[in-house]
Every structure is written in C-alpha cells, then in structure tokens.
Design a protein around this ligand. Structure first.
Ligand code: PGA
Length: 272
C-alpha cells in the first residue's frame, strides 16, 4: 500500500494522471475502471489535456464504469453513464465499443451483473481502477457491511450516501438502489488508485489505512491489495497518525533506482 500525500487537489490529480500516462506508455490497450463523483474530475481533465496535447491516445483503451443508479436510463442526465460521457468520453478518442457501463435499467439484474464480470475477464481484467471514497469508507457503492469478497450486484444506498449525492442528483425521486462492482471485483484490478480530497474524508482515510480490515470500512480491504495507492490531499490525510513516515517513504521512492545502481557498481568491492 502506498500513501501519497499531496499539498493540494491539483497535485493529487497530477500524480494520478502521471501514473495512468506511464502505464499507458507501457500498455496502450490499458483497461481502466472509472469512478464517478466529484473527486476524480481533475484526473479526467488531466487525461483530456494529455489527449489534446497529443501525448495520449485512447483508441485502444477500454473503460468500465464502477457503478450506476438503479432506475436511471443511460441517457438520463443524472446517470453515471451520462456523467462519464460528459466529463470524459466525449472529449477523448475512446471507441464507443470499448466503453462498458452498468445498465441502470437492466432486464434482469443478476444476469446483467454476471455479464459485466465476464466482460471484465474477457478483456484481461482491469489494469487501473480509479476510486473515490465515501465519508463512511465506501468504495464504489459498496456500503459498510458489504461482503469484502462481493461481486458486481445490486446494493441499497445508505442515507449518508443519498444525502451526499443529493448535491448531484437534484431530482426528488433519488434512487435508493444501485448496481456496483463488488469489492472482490475491485480487488482483482492490477492497481487501485483511491483518491481523497477534503477534511470530510479524513476519518475514512485514517480508518481505511491505519485501522483494522473490516466490512464496516470497505476501503480498509485495500490493505490486502498488492498495488493500492491512496492519493490524498493534506486535508484528507489530516487524521493519519504516520503521515511523516508516508511522506518520507514517498520522497525516497525515486531514489531507489539510483541507490540500487550504486550498490551493484560497488558489489564485491567492500571488504569485511
Ligand atoms: P465524491 O464521492 O468523490 O463525490 O466525494 C466519492 C464516493 O462517494 O465514492
């Protein structure tokens, strides 16, 4: 687990964009899992910028939406499908056939969720899953008490989430249910990038990073992921007790290669 603390939101997004860009340079048919919500917005804007500058091409990239409200058609203005379309897809050259979404109006929920899982497997799995975090520690719409090995399925939204998202969904009939990739599904992604900004996320970040692994705080399962990155701004990181250590580790990360090179040059020269 890597805990990266940046001075502000823009730098946080820059870090995530840099990682995605580097990963794409190594694998142009990158498979992305994409969260909605406010937090990843800056990351998507950064990706659009790279595309506009000709530094990144999305023609081989595949994207999977992380979750969706149940009861909203894909073209509903408040659906997560149309949100991702508006803030990302329509600005880059991703092929429509490479965009996958959970359907808010599926004919049959279980089959639809299973097909979604199958699709992810067919493309070789998600390389990078982008996540936000709820103030209650949820990832995707996996609310507290979600099974830590759950798969894509229907969930009931908590009051807390309904209230938080009330800012986005202005309609009276806010959906009470959703479809979401499961925690087990998320855990199979190659790398997970969890983004958190603002003081209202600080408790959830502390509990996820430094607390016990528990279904009461779904993001805490990422402690078991071999390549999980928590990218936070100072406010979201404000309750972390080992903040200085995380910063120290991060500051030394880029120096590792140089150090190893020096070690190999000096191999055999040191006499005991
Ligand atoms: P937010 O949502 O990015 O809008 O804060 C995060 C989440 O609920 O997962």
């Amino acid at each position: 687990m890597e805990i990266i603390i940046k001075a502000n939101y823009d730098l946080m997004c820059e870090e995530a964009v840099g990682f995605i860009h580097k990963s794409w340079q190594k694998k142009t048919n990158l498979v992305l899992g994409l969260a909605t919500g406010r937090t990843p917005l800056g990351v998507y804007q950064g990706l659009i910028r790279l595309f506009e500058e000709g530094q990144m091409d999305f023609s081989e990239v595949t994207a999977f939406g992380l979750d969706e409200y149940l009861g909203l058609e894909a073209n509903h203005p408040e659906s997560f499908a149309s949100y991702l379309e508006k803030i990302l897809y329509q600005h880059i050259n991703i092929k429509p056939e490479n965009i996958f979404r959970l359907d808010g109006f599926p004919e049959e929920i279980e089959n639809h969720c299973q097909e979604y899982e199958n699709r992810i497997k067919q493309v070789g799995g998600i390389d990078i899953q982008i996540l936000g975090i709820g103030t209650n520690g949820h990832i995707g719409f996996n609310e507290p008490s979600s099974s830590l090995s759950s798969r894509t399925r229907i969930k009931t939204l908590t009051r807390e989430t309904l209230a938080a998202n009330g800012l986005i969904v202005k309609e009276k009939a806010i959906p009470r249910y959703c479809l979401t990739m499961g925690i087990g599904t998320i855990m199979e992604s190659g790398t997970v990038i969890l983004l958190a900004s603002g003081r209202d996320k600080s408790r959830a970040i502390h509990e996820s990073v430094e607390g016990p692994i528990t279904a009461a705080v779904p993001a805490s399962i990422l402690q078991l992921h071999p390549r999980a990155k928590f990218i936070c701004d100072e406010d979201a990181a404000s309750e972390l007790t080992k903040k200085d250590y995380y910063k120290w580790v991060y500051d030394h990360k880029d120096k590792v290669d140089g150090y190893l090179k020096k070690l190999s040059q000096n191999r055999g020269r040191t006499k005991i």
